[in-house]
Design a binder for this molecule. Sequence first.
Ligand code: IMP
Ligand code: MG
Length: 177
Amino acid sequence: MSEEIRVLIEEEPLISRVKEVAEQINREYEGREIYLICILKGSVYFTCELSKYITVPVKLAFMSVSSYGDGMTSSGAVAIDKDIDLDVKGKHVIVVEDIIDTGRTLCYLLRMMAKRGPASLKLCTLLDKPSRRISDIQVDYVGFEVPDTFVVGFGLDYAQKYRNLPYIGELVFKEEQ
Ligand code: IMP
Ligand code: MG
């Protein structure tokens, strides 16, 4: 089997939409400081791009979680490999994700983050696959809704590959000729 990438969201509309999401956040958090929690590694590109257009005071923190699965889906069992180095108690927190699929990973993460006593807790994702949702979670900011296909690029990987693509592509498997 060989892999092929079909462009789903070009770089230009992708960046424009990230700017729009940042502007929405700026309006809603006017006069407040926000803590952006980037979930490694997938949301690194999105978090960095988003933060460039945030005009309210912002602090960045990074967290690494493993959600066990078969490489293309998550199982819901989540482990924290690296925790954030900031105390979020009394702070306005936005968790930034690359994609929400079943929602299991985020459901776990949000519950854990809520226990730390932030003043507010919201969720921002670049991509959303609502058709696949299992966990009932509220997503506050969405870049794009995508169909139920496996997507890569702009941080998203398949077996750690393709994160560096500047666009979002659909991964297609092809039989070798
Ligand atoms: P969930 O727990 O099912 O919502 O899974 C979310 C995680 O699965 C994301 O943070 C990604 O790491 C991964 N994932 C889900 N769908 C895709 C996809 O289409 N491409 C790349 N990674 C994906
Ligand atoms: Mg992820």
